[in-house]
Design a binder for this molecule. Structure first.
Ligand code: SF4
Length: 106
């Protein structure tokens, strides 16, 4: 059975309600297994990060996760712990960390 794409995995909304942000239409994770983006504690983040590494809207996704203080899942190629480390940094430092992470994820 085909899923209604409007209700597929929606980064930035763990409850899978309809997409509301323009960049979510290009979210690569919406076409994949959402469970990879919410690994068990101590579980591998590799699969999800590899997908983020190919995602055209990864920066928008990361910025949204930082703005909304998203505490769960892999977003913009980073884990919650990695995003927390960016919390008090300026935009330039976030860009450097993001680009470094994405280069590693690819
Ligand atoms: S960066 Fe990762 S979590 Fe964010 S939209 Fe892209 S694939 Fe999904």
């Amino acid at each position: 059975m085909a899923m209604d794409s409007e209700f597929m995995f929606n980064p930035g909304d763990q409850y899978n309600t309809p997409k509301t942000l323009p960049w979510q239409d290009d979210a690569l994770c919406a076409q994949t297994n959402p469970e990879a983006f919410f690994p068990e504690k101590g579980g591998s983040t590799r699969e999800a990060k590899k997908i983020c590494g190919q995602c055209d809207v990864a920066r928008e996704c990361l910025d949204n996760a930082l703005e909304t203080d998203e505490r769960f899942g892999i977003r913009g190629g980073m884990s919650e712990r990695e995003r927390r480390a960016l919390k008090n940094l300026g935009p330039q430092a976030v860009t450097i960390a993001f680009e470094k992470a994405q280069a590693k994820n690819r």
